[in-house]
Design a protein around this ligand. Sequence first.
Ligand code: HPA
Ligand code: ZN
Length: 348
Amino acid sequence: MCQGKLHNLLLDLPKVEHHMHLEGSLEPDLLFELAARNKIDLPKDDEAFASSESLLARYGRFTSLDDFLHYYFIGMTTLVTGEDFESLAYAYFKKAHSQNVVHAEVFFDPQAHTTRGVKSETILEGFQKAQRRAKDEFGLTSELIVCLLRHISPADCHQAYLEALPDLKNGKIRGLGLSSTEKGNPPHLYKESYEDAKKHGLRLTAHAGEEADVSYMKSAVDDLGCTRIDHGIKLRDDPELLKRFAREKILISMCPMSNVELRVIKSIPELPVREYLNAKVPFSINSDDPAYFGGYIQENYCGVQEAFNLTVEEWAEIAMNAITLSWCSEERKDEMLNGLSDALAKYA
Ligand code: HPA
Ligand SMILES: [Zn+2]
C-alpha cells in the first residue's frame, strides 16, 4: 500500500463516506453467526457457503455486478431482528471510526427485507440505535439513504418509495437512491418516485455509469434530478456533461476497489481521477460493499494514492469536497472543515 508522509496524511484525514451499503458491510463471520441464530438455511448446493473462508475466497472471484449481487442478496437474508440490523450497522460505524470516518451517509435496501416479512420499523429502529451509539461513543454522525432496487419493477419500487416517504419527510431517512442491476434498468424508469421526492425537496442520488454507459448518468441528472451520482466513472465519454457536473457541483461517489472487484475496470489507474481533478468535477472515495470487496475506506484511499500519487493539495480538495457536498447541517460541515484544517496543518 502507499508509503511515507502521504500515507500518514491519508490515515489522519477526517473522512466522509457517501457510498456504502450497510448490507454490504456484512462480514462472513457475522453472516454465519446470524444464520445460525436465526435458523436461516444458506444454499447447500453452493460450496462457497461451506465456511467463512470459502465464502471469502468466492468473493475474491466475482465476475460482474450481477455475480456479486447474487451473494449480496443471499447474505442479507440472515438479517431478521432489530438487534441484527443494529449489530450490522454498529460494526460498520466502529470500523469506519477506526479509519477516521467522521460522517457517513449509508445506503440500505428495505425491499430486500420487507419482501421476506421483516417490518420496515424493525430495520429502521435497529439502524437508528446504531446511529445513536456511533454518535455518542465516537462522535461519528450519519445519515440513511433508502435505495430502490432496480431489478424490481418500477411500480413495486414506487410502492417501496411511498412506504419510506414518511421517514424521508421526517428526516429519519435523508435521501433516495437507486441500486442493483444497472444495465437494462435506466434511471428514467424510476421517474415517478424521484419526481415525487423532488416535490418534497428530498436529497436524490442514483447509481449510474458503473457498468452501463454515460447516458445513464445523464438520465439520472436530467430525468431524476439527482444532485449526486454513485460510481459515475463514465463522464469522459460526454465532455459537455462533464463540464456540467463541475459547474453544478454534482458529486460523484467513486468506489475504486468495487470497480476492480466487479471487473468494471482492470485496475485503479484506469479510473478518471486525473480528469475529474483537472476539470474540477467533485468526487469522494468510498468502499461500496467493504465486506465483499476486500477493503474499507482507508484501503480505497490508499489504492487511489498508489495509482495516482496525488499531492497534499489534491487530497485537501478531495476531503473538502466530501465534506461540503455532504447532506448534513452547515454547522456539522463547519466542524468537519475545522478538523480537516487541523489535520492538514501537520503536512503543510
Ligand atoms: O455497486 C453496486 N451497484 C449496484 N448495486 C449495488 N448494491 C450494492 N452495491 C452495489
Ligand atoms: Zn453501491
